[in-house]
Design a protein around this ligand. Structure first.
Ligand code: PGA
Length: 250
């Protein structure tokens, strides 16, 4: 059976000291969350080592927000999958719409990143989602299907079993506009169907998260949908109380 997960994407927020404090606050409240719900936090690169120390012995998993598309070597400014593992990460977000939109990440690059992450033992939290123009043109199913096919169809079943998918409509990220539970469910069901077309029954075991202005007030309705297995949380993950309240929304 697939696992429910709530993952906090801190993006480019907090200093190291603030991040360690936030991680400790999440740890302190994590005992309220049932074992059936996985908790993951994704701080900036600079925070990974001290945050790993702060969450040691807790149930919280550590994720990066990105990783390099190359193994190692002369790639100034990049951080490799191997480095993330050595810093204590078990996960990395990949293909976030902010990476695709502002840093030109293409599906071809994401194939390299996803494969390298998995080869080094990380579970990718692979993000897909349409922008407002694509949604208004009624192309959202096609856009997401294409993103899944271009990247995840290149994986073996063994590799795919490590992947967590996050559906994040770009128009809902940080805007306060959430997809309705109905809009989110229909696209999550579509994603699972597209995964099943290639990987069969494995699709039932893949965790698919919703992301985009998910907060304590709307998480319950979203998580009640049969194909929504949790959330990738941005803004609301910067407050331990809100993050844990969301994790208690199943
Ligand atoms: P948001 O971000 O919750 O602030 O909308 C979600 C995300 O981008 O992962």
């Amino acid at each position: 059976m697939r696992k429910n997960i709530v993952a906090g994407n801190w993006k480019m927020n907090t200093t190291v000291a603030e991040g360690v404090e936030l991680a400790k606050a999440v740890v302190a409240k994590s005992s309220e969350v049932p074992a059936s719900t996985g908790l993951i936090i994704a701080p900036p690169f600079t925070h990974l080592v001290p945050v790993a120390e702060a969450i040691k012995g807790s149930v919280i998993g550590l994720s990066a927000q990105n990783c390099a598309d190359k193994e190692k070597g002369a790639y100034t400014g990049e951080v490799s999958a191997d480095m993330l593992v050595s810093a204590g990460c078990a996960y990395t977000i990949l293909g976030h719409s902010e990476r695709r939109q502002y840093y030109g990440e293409t599906d071809a690059k994401l194939v390299e990143k996803v494969k390298l992450a998995i080869a080094h033992g990380l579970s990718p939290i692979f993000c897909v989602g349409e922008n407002l123009e694509e949604r208004e043109a009624g192309r959202h199913f096609d856009v997401v299907t294409e993103q899944i096919k271009n990247v995840l169809y290149t994986l073996s079943a063994e590799e795919m079993a490590k992947v967590i998918i996050a559906y994040e409509p770009v128009w809902a990220i940080g805007t306060g506009k959430t997809a309705t539970a109905g809009q989110a469910q229909e696209i999550h069901a579509c994603i699972r169907k597209v995964v099943a077309e290639k990987f069969g029954e494995l699709a039932e075991d893949i965790t698919i998260l919703y992301g985009g202005s998910c907060k304590p007030s709307n998480a319950k309705e979203l998580f009640a949908c049969p194909d929504i297995d949790g959330g990738l949380i941005g803004g609301a993950a910067l407050k331990a109380d809100d993050f844990i309240a969301i994790a208690l929304s199943f």
